[in-house]
Each structure stands twice: as C-alpha cells, then as structure tokens.
Design a protein around this ligand. Sequence first.
Ligand code: OSB
Ligand code: MG
Length: 370
Amino acid sequence: MEIEKIELLLLEMPYVHFFETSFGREEKKTFILIRVFSRDLCGYGEVTAELLPLYNYETTSTSWVMIKEIFAPLIFSKSLSDPFKFYKAAAGYKGHHMARAGLELALWDLKGKKERRSLKDLYGGDKKEVLSGVSIGIQDKVSDLLQRIENFLGQGYPRIKLKIKPGWDIQILKKVRKEFPDTVLQVDANCAYSSEDIENLPKLDDFDLALIEQPFPALDLLSHSRLKQRIKTPVCLDESAFSLDAVQQAYEMESFDIINIKVGRVGGIAEAQKIHDFCEAKNIPVWCGGMLESGIGRAHNIHLATLPNFKLTNDISASRRYFAQDLIEPPVDITKQGRIKVPEGPGIGVTPIEKRIKKAAQKKEVFTSE
Ligand code: OSB
Ligand code: MG
C-alpha cells in the first residue's frame, strides 16, 4: 500500500466557551488536519500544536513546515505507509512530536480502514467504553466557575478538572469544595508555579483532590520530586512526560505518582504505548489527556484510552462541550454513567463530514511523491 498524497488543512473552529489556562485564553481552535490517501482510502490525523507556543514550543506553523519539509518527504522517499515503520524512520529527527504524531495518527486510521479493523483492535485495547471527565478553564468570576461545574455534573461527568494558577487556587478551591463536597476534583497548573511554591502547595491537601497536574515547568523534575515528598495529593505529570526517556528519568527521580498520556506531546501512538507499558509494569495508572481536539483527534484519543492501564478518568468530553458542531458524525456523546462508547467501525470509526471541514478550512497544501 503506497501513500499517493498527503494533504494538510489549517482549520479554525470557534469554541462554545472560551478556554483559559495559566498561560492564556483561547476563543477558537486553530489546528492542522492531516489526510493521507492510498487508492480509494483516506486516513485522518490531527496535530495538537496550537497557534502560539504556550503549552510547548510547537505551533501550527512549525508543524506545518516540519511535515512539509521533513516528515512527508520521508514517507514518500521510503515508501512508508505502516505507522510503526514511520515512527522508526522518523526517530532520528529531534523533537516536533505533535507534528509527527498527527501524521502517524493518519497512517493508523488508514491502516485500520485498509484492514477493516478499529484502532482499539489494532492497539490491543480491552474497553467498550472509556471514562469521560471534563476540564474547566479559569473563569472571570468564581460564580461562573461554580455554575459551570454544576452544569457539567448535571450532564453526567463523574470527575471535574479545574485549571489553577497562583492567585486562582486555594481561595477558589475553598468555595468549590464547600459547594461540591463529594465531587471528584483534580487540578492542573500547566507549569505555573516555581520552586518557591513548594512549601505552599501542600495546602492543596485540604481539598481531597484526585491529583495535581504539572505544577512546575516541564524540565523541572526536581521541584516535582520535592513537592511529592511533602504533599499527600498524587502528583501527575503532563508537559514533563514528553517521551519514554523523560518518563523513565522522572520515575528514577520519584517526581510523580500518575502520568497523563497525550499522543501529540509524546510523538505518536508507538511512543504512547511504550509509556503505557512502562507505567503498567511499575503499577502506575495512566489516563488520556486532551488538547481540545476536534472529533477526529478525540476519536483517536478514545481508541488509545481503551488500553488496559488507562485506569483513571480521561480528559475526553462530549463534542458539544467544545464545539457547536463537531467535524464528525456521530458526535462524541457521554452516557448517563459518564462514559464514552468506543466506535466500532474501521480506523477511527467515525465519519468526518467534508462540508464542515471545507467550511472551517483557512489554508490547504497537497504533497505527492513526484
Ligand atoms: O494541560 O491538559 C492540559 C487543553 C489545552 C492545552 C493543555 C491542556 C488542555 C486541557 C483540555 O486540559 C482537556 C480536553 O481536551 O478536554
Ligand atoms: Mg495538563
């Protein structure tokens, strides 16, 4: 099976509600959709890099250039179509994990469609449903936050993640806990604290949190270790866990209790599986993080989260939590029990709607082997 054409589309989709983290507010999603074509089949992948280098150093522009100049030519020059072979061939290049992951995901979808097997099946997943949680950004007022929490609980989400930063943490959590004494809550700082906060952060133990995600900068494993010694709340890594090597080093340094796996951040499914297997062997539970993906990226996340060691609630929510109209049919929905059914069809198992993709497209470029 030869890849005949690779297509990049820059899409823009407004969020139903702005999303604010410690690094800023976004009103719309700008991202790259990748399509790989072979005969009458098309595989879909999504690049999780954002417009600005705030979550990590990648951007939609850097990913576009890396795919155009490095990763797409690699596929054509070596006639690659197997996602694992692509992963191996690209391994010599440094960084740009989200760019390569988007392409690898498209190859996985294509492989699933060709073999008429779901991605869950190809990955060796064992779940018919995955646990669905919701991540709530920083709001203008605490009352807005309380209202949003109530609304999401009403929709059936069994776990709420709150974004925190210095100045939007202890005081906010006091009010949230008072209003919602029994809700499963966790917090995510997106690297907003520094080593000077190590003595203060253990105050978070008062709020019975399921975990604290990435309080310190990605490369500051030392502060994570120091905090872990002083805090009862489990420490979870997101930005720091960008490869198997990074996870292994963090493990040796006792920097974490839990890992959030994001396929973009780690550079694809093959690397995500390695991290999953390492954590499983060490008895460390994982969960699937999200980057406010469109339904295409989210369908990929759902299949990844079917692997056995995804034991904790994932940042995978229903389509309507993100967009008025998602790119796929059927849209992602949650059950009354707060779960998401894993699509059973070939590949991602959901249907991207061409009209909606066209409508959201700002830019397009096509690469072929000649
Ligand atoms: O740190 O988990 C994060 C979104 C954008 C960038 C970083 C993060 C997030 C989320 C969104 O928390 C989770 C989701 O996709 O629902
Ligand atoms: Mg995070």
